[in-house]
Design a protein around this ligand. Sequence first.
Ligand code: SME
Length: 185
Amino acid sequence: MGEQSMGSRNRSRSPSRSELKAEVKTLAASDARDEEVLRRVVRLVHDAHPLWEWSGIYLLVDGTLVVGPFAGSDEPPEHSRIEVGDGVCGTAVAEDKNQLVEDVRELDNYLACSLSTRSELVVLIREGGQIVGQFDIDSDERGAFTEVDEVLLEEIAALISPRVASLAAARAASRAASRAADCAG
Ligand code: SME
């Protein structure tokens, strides 16, 4: 297969950290809607890391983690809603702490979205001191993540946190509106 036809995932050179952050900064400041910005940020981050099999953002909506934009699969993950305290994602919120899991098979509270996943990184996204969401990244390779990856995602989280907060608030408002419509109807 020629390099051209292999898709952006396999481009010959991954962007440097500073190029990646510059692209995220530009996207965050653009006129595009929150969902579109975050979809493109997730895609950028995912494509820059060949070992990252699934990359996504969960939004904290009314105290529950709800899947937002993701890359690495066409279908939403099996665990598209996660309660605080459950799995690696919910533990990050409950403990207010990022989770870097070298081998998910050593955990007893792991929620499997793919049977081939071996390691996972969850980095919290905060706005105004409050958790508004998280990056969740899965790899099929054991020990795929390092603190360097964690710091990169923390830096990107700081650039996009207003967008994440805004999308989480919109999801909460739309849930409230549909609950009100159910009561009225
Ligand atoms: N493994 C996560 C669930 C989310 S999927 O990996 C996308 C967990 O244990 O919380």
